[in-house]
Design a protein around this ligand. Structure first.
Ligand SMILES: [Mn+2]
Length: 331
């Protein structure tokens, strides 16, 4: 269903000072939507500030080349957030995900707007512009630009392209639809450069990260007649490769590239008594149910656990639960 943007057009026409925020641990859809929206508002002669509850993650700093995004309590203080007439939340509708900006929103005396594509919706006492069929908030921001008759410059197109590209796993998730390609065509026509964005997103890793991946692959073990693959990273692996904690990101998905694999698990030894566990499923098998047994959570197909115990205790406990849950696993 197409969003009716008219109430928001009216709000934008009638106000001049906008405060934009998004969720903690921002991704490219959050940052891209914020940056593009601020540029759209600025092109209309409005004042727009972006303030988040935490820092832009290092690997997507390229999304904010002018350092326009403030962090509450770090680069900006609460008293400087007075005088805004409209507060706009993008790419989330959950209080929990706003961090300290949630308090700002709770106390905000002006109008509240939410622009989002997630199904869940907290009551934020806001005007909500939502399309939960949209693959990314970035595409909704493009719709808004069109509704406002704003010319989409390269500076608006680039962050929106990155937003859609990342929320669709570089155009491969089944959230991709005809409208996505249409939006991408408009964005590239307006100056977005897919090859540049690809390089910024996926070709900036460190050599230690590559070495860590080598170890993760080297440690892969099959289980449950090869339907389950699991692997691990030890504290020594981090130390010896020089890799960072964040360098395990996405590594688990490599396990799902093997034919016949249904479930993948990655154990990460964070501390002697803390083991981070990532679970993935590409069938109807619900890894979230397993994660919840151990105090973790997530989604059906992707979930995580922070296991308070050594890795050699976490491994048999969680693998056993998976074998039972997956059914028909030989002993
Ligand atoms: Mn998103």
């Amino acid at each position: 269903m197409q969003i009716d943007w008219r109430p928001l057009l009216e709000v934008i026409n009638q106000h001049s000072r906008f405060l934009i925020t998004s969720h903690l641990r921002a991704d490219c859809d959050a940052i891209g939507s914020e940056v593009a929206l601020s540029r759209i508002l600025q092109s209309l002669g409005k004042h727009a500030s972006i303030v988040n509850g935490d820092e832009v993650p290092e690997h997507i700093r390229f999304m904010d080349p002018d350092n326009r995004i403030d962090v509450l309590g770090s680069t900006i203080t609460l008293d400087l957030l007075r005088g805004f007439e409209v507060m706009i939340v993008v790419d989330t509708s959950a209080w929990m995900q706003l961090g300290r900006m949630g308090d700002v929103l709770r106390d905000f005396p002006g109008l509240r707007i939410v622009i989002d594509h997630h199904v869940s919706q907290d009551d934020m006492k806001a005007l909500v512009f939502k399309d939960d069929r949209a693959e990314a908030t970035g595409r909704l921001i493009l719709q808004l630009a069109e509704a406002l008759n704003v010319k989409v410059t390269p500076e608006i197109a680039e962050p929106l392209f990155a937003a859609i590209a990342t929320d669709t796993g570089w155009f491969r998730f089944n959230s991709m639809k005809t409208e996505t390609f249409t939006a991408l065509a408009k964005l590239t026509a307006a100056g977005a450069q897919p090859n540049k964005t690809f390089s910024q997103l996926f070709e900036q890793h460190s050599l230690p990260r590559l070495h860590l991946r080598g170890r993760i692959l080297d440690h892969v073990k099959p289980d449950c007649s090869n339907r389950l693959l699991w692997t691990y990273v030890t504290a020594a692996d981090f130390r010896e490769t020089g890799a960072q904690r964040t360098d395990t990101e996405d590594a688990i998905n490599m396990l799902l590239t093997v034919r016949g694999v249904e479930t993948a698990v990655l154990f990460v030894e964070l501390e002697p008594e803390v083991t981070k566990v990532s679970l993935r499923s590409r069938t109807s098998f619900n890894v979230n149910a397993i994660a919840e047994k151990f105090g973790g959570g997530g989604h059906r197909n992707a979930a995580g656990i922070t296991y308070h115990g050594p890795m050699d205790e976490a491994q048999p406990a969680i693998l056993d639960a998976l074998r039972i849950g997956m059914q028909d696993c030989p002993d």
